[in-house]
Design a protein around this ligand. Structure first.
Ligand code: CUA
Length: 352
């Protein structure tokens, strides 16, 4: 009963998380749904085992309790039983096979990425591919066939398979979008591949996004290493792609001062790319790509998207994300310069 009450509490707790769509128990895509069904199936089998074993245990307790015959009565002594041993060896083996077959089938199905390289008659890739690079403590998303690189926000169309090449730049991380599917390790030495499917547009969700997490302990800011997933209709996705490639439309607005732009160019561009200034970098830059930073929902992945927070972040990143690679680099900037840089970065937007 303790186990059951614990499970009940966990269910309530997990369903409370549901509103933000960060739960495996609230699947929103074909892969997530299949993983959820697999979870239910395994729990059902395991619950049956617990029930059957408990019943037999209680039965033995009652049936073989001390009898009233008398203190000196010696019950019949049994030593070994081939029949029983065979039964309780075969049953778990059968159960393990029943659990293993669908688990392995699903695992290898999602890792079947042969369609990733398919091309149409114009020799253009059919499937959408995203190269994911996990870094301390942020995520880079590169769309190799579209020439786009984003950071912290993954934008994908609904209704098609999206193929992922996963790798890490520094230490081992793990890519997980709980309600969509995963998780899959990102390693430094090899590329892991799988696909996910996004069924619902994220616009109507509580925060307008699905939440993604790093699911492998990677350092002091592991718990802060998350990302947002925006799922768009295919038409809206095409519009987004066009806006990301339209560097004209991305230039900072009039409110941003020359000081901000100059300070940014002198101190930040070495690590952070901005498409309207640098062009779309083909590979990974040191720090997150800040193109369209003004349109993002969070700063550093979790701070509210306000100028005050951005100033605090630039002033002392270590305070907010211990161990991140930007820490301790910009202490020499004056308050005026930091404020101007923050204005400039906040004005980088394609939604002007
Ligand atoms: Cu990256 Cu945990």
């Amino acid at each position: 009963w303790r186990l059951f009450s614990l499970l009940a509490v966990m269910t309530v707790f997990l369903s409370a998380c549901g509103e933000e769509y960060i739960s495996t128990l609230q699947p929103a895509g074909a892969v997530g749904k299949e993983q959820f069904n697999l979870l239910l199936f395994s729990i059902t089998i395991m619950t049956l085992v617990v029930v059957v074993v408990s019943v037999i245990y209680l039965y033995a307790f009652v049936k073989f309790r001390r009898s009233k015959v008398g203190e000196d009565h010696m019950p019949k002594q049994v030593e070994g039983s081939h029949v029983l041993e065979t039964i309780w060896t075969v049953i778990p083996i059968v159960l393990l096979i029943i659990l293993a077959v669908p688990t392995l089938t699903s695992t290898y199905k999602f890792a079947d990425v042969a369609a990733m390289d398919e091309v149409d008659e114009n020799n253009e890739k059919v499937a959408l591919t995203v190269n994911v690079t996990a870094k301390l403590y942020w995520w880079e998303f590169e769309y190799p066939d579209l020439g786009i690189v984003t950071a912290q926000e993954l934008v994908v169309p609904t209704g098609e398979k999206v193929y992922f090449n996963l790798k890490a730049a520094d230490v081992k991380h793990s890519f997980w979008i709980p309600s969509i599917g995963g998780k899959m390790d990102t390693n430094v030495d090899n590329i892991n591949k799988f696909y996910l499917e996004f069924d619902e547009e994220s616009e109507d969700l509580k925060d307008g996004v699905f939440y993604g997490k790093c699911a492998e302990l990677c350092g002091p800011s592991h718990a802060l290493m998350d990302f947002k997933v925006k799922t768009l209709s295919p038409e809206a996705f095409d519009t987004w792609v066009a806006s990301m490639k339209d560097t004209e439309g991305q230039t900072a607005d009039a409110e941003s001062t020359d000081l901000g732009e100059a300070t940014f160019a002198a101190n930040c561009l070495g690590c952070h790319a901005v498409t309207s200034v640098t062009g779309m970098p083909t590979g990974a830059a040191m720090g997150p790509n800040l193109t369209t930073f003004g349109d993002r929902s969070h700063i550093a992945g979790f701070l509210d998207h306000t100028k005050e927070n951005l100033v605090k972040w630039i002033d002392d990143p270590e305070e907010y994300k211990p161990g991140n690679l930007m820490s301790g680099k910009y202490n020499e900037l004056s308050d005026e310069e930091i404020s101007a840089v923050a204005d400039y970065i906040m004005s980088l937007s394609v939604e002007q």
